[in-house]
Design a protein around this ligand. Structure first.
Ligand SMILES: C[S@@+](CC[C@H](N)C(=O)[O-])C[C@H]1O[C@@H](n2cnc3c(N)ncnc32)[C@H](O)[C@@H]1O
Length: 200
């Protein structure tokens, strides 16, 4: 059997068994155990959040004193916890989005996570360029929302524009790492930029 399908099976079945909405949960868990991005009590904005598996991991990490808001073009199935919000919104509607976030107290936040992905066309260069564009928008929102010392995680498909985006992120964070969790399919070109300690 092809190795990438074994990886898919392993994380897909594990997510089902452990009650996570998607395999992406394990990507965030791996990033968290390596870089300790999210702490108890943090306020977190999660972009590209549907169906909500990053949010499930974030809820475990922040506890009841923190809060998380998930944002996606698609509806996110509700959570029971009072400190969990979700919003159906396009991240390019930035004025509306900033207004919504302000109204629920998500300004000066601790962490912004982005697992945004474009609808893939199957044409590698186009998909990579769209992914870099989306993650650049996530990075822009991070620069508007994060407090000094805050952290950023952004998924991106590696390609021609990737070094450009990485250079931009490096200018605004003390430490920047590029990390591909083992829960990513081995044939996929997706990776994560982790920005630690924002310079506002
Ligand atoms: C890989 S999925 C996210 C999985 C999610 N992080 C989880 O753990 O369950 C990528 C998401 O990005 C969302 N997305 C893509 N473009 C978007 C945009 N312009 N605004 C908001 N969400 C967008 C898609 O709707 C999709 O749900």
């Amino acid at each position: 059997m092809n190795k990438s399908f074994q990886v898919h099976d392993k994380f897909f079945h594990r997510a089902k068994k452990e009650g996570y909405r998607a395999r992406s949960a394990y990507k965030l868990k791996e990033i968290q155990s390596k870089f300790n991005v999210i702490e108890k009590g943090d306020f977190v904005v999660d972009l590209g959040a549907a169906p909500g598996s990053f949010m499930q991991v974030i809820i475990e990490l922040i506890g009841s004193e923190g809060a998380v808001i998930g944002i996606d073009l698609q509806e996110i199935e509700t959570f029971d916890q009072a400190n969990v919000y979700s919003l159906k919104r396009d991240i390019y509607d930035k004025d509306l989005l900033m207004q919504d976030l302000k109204s629920v107290g998500f300004t000066n936040i601790d962490v912004l996570t982005s697992d945004l992905a474009p609808k893939t066309s199957g044409i590698k260069d186009i998909d990579q360029a769209r992914s870099v564009e989306l993650t650049d928008q996530a990075f822009y929102l991070a620069t508007r929302l994060l407090k000094t010392g805050g952290n950023f995680i952004g998924k991106v498909f590696e390609g021609e524009d990737f070094p450009w985006l990485l250079r931009r992120v490096k200018k605004r964070f003390k430490k920047v790492k590029v990390f591909k969790p083992s829960a990513c399919r081995s044939r996929s070109c997706e990776t994560y930029i982790v920005g630690l300690s924002f310079n506002s």
